[in-house]
Design a protein around this ligand. Sequence first.
Ligand code: NDP
Length: 283
Amino acid sequence: MAAEVIYGKTLSENLRQEMKEQVEKLKQHGVTPGLTVIIIGNDPASISYVRGKQRASDVVGIDSKLIEMDNTTSQSELLELIKKLNNDPKTHGILVQLPLPDHIDEQVIIEAIHPTKDVDGFHPINIGKMMTGKETFFPCTPYGIITMLKSKNIQIEGKHAVVVGRSNIVGKPVGQLLLNENATVTYIHSKTKNFRHFTKQADILVVAVGKEHFISGEDIKAGAVVIDVGINRNAEGKLTGDVEFESAKEKASYITPVPKGVGPMTITMLLHNTIKSAQAGLK
Ligand code: NDP
């Protein structure tokens, strides 16, 4: 039997509806959640991502500001701006769109954002809190994946979760969140030998590699839950994931599509984190 498709887009629409109400409540208390997105340079993919984030913020009533800086912006200018935003009570979330130009040290910038405004969840303090099972801002894509699994009441506890990819923004944190939910977690990366040996054992398979058709139906166990994080553009200019959808769908119990899968959830969790930051200010 073919898998059930988990549409992050539909779930996002429902969650964003609830968020509108949360924002309305905050506004009644005189607080409008504020998100500032900083983009440096004119990389088309980054521009399209930040526009998506802005549009979604507007829909739920978050006051979103976009600061566009050119490629020659120095690290100290960017740090100065972040310092200003850290001290601005109307800014509840600060997001610096990555990647940054080579002359700016990404880690320095990530660490300059105050942890209470780090709605991307990349600050080492927030990562440390996540690792020790504390409440904090979780990185948006991993958090979106967990939210998708929970929306379908998919059991995580006791399951073998295999994560393909170990980047700081997707692979590592999604594995950590799955571990926090009591899964047994295996990570696969470019140095893993015979990775299919592991993917075939996965009850939950998360694929975040960035290579079209990296995983196909042959690489998965019957009944597996398959989460495709990849965003690739194929030769025809079409967006595709890392999983060969048609063959995997025949074997999986649940599968996420690309587009309309994990992507919209990433933005939704950014909105969630921004609202959470604004709510924390009221307490
Ligand atoms: P990275 O390039 O940072 O990481 C890719 C990972 O894949 C690395 O850990 C790498 O291993 C591993 N890898 C590469 N080749 C192989 C191989 N042959 N065998 C096993 N592992 C391999 O990518 P990201 O994590 O940032 O993103 C992954 C994908 O997800 C991309 O397509 C990206 O566009 C997409 N993405 C989607 C988002 C969404 O909202 N849907 C959000 C963020 C990313 P190693 O560490 O050893 O190099």
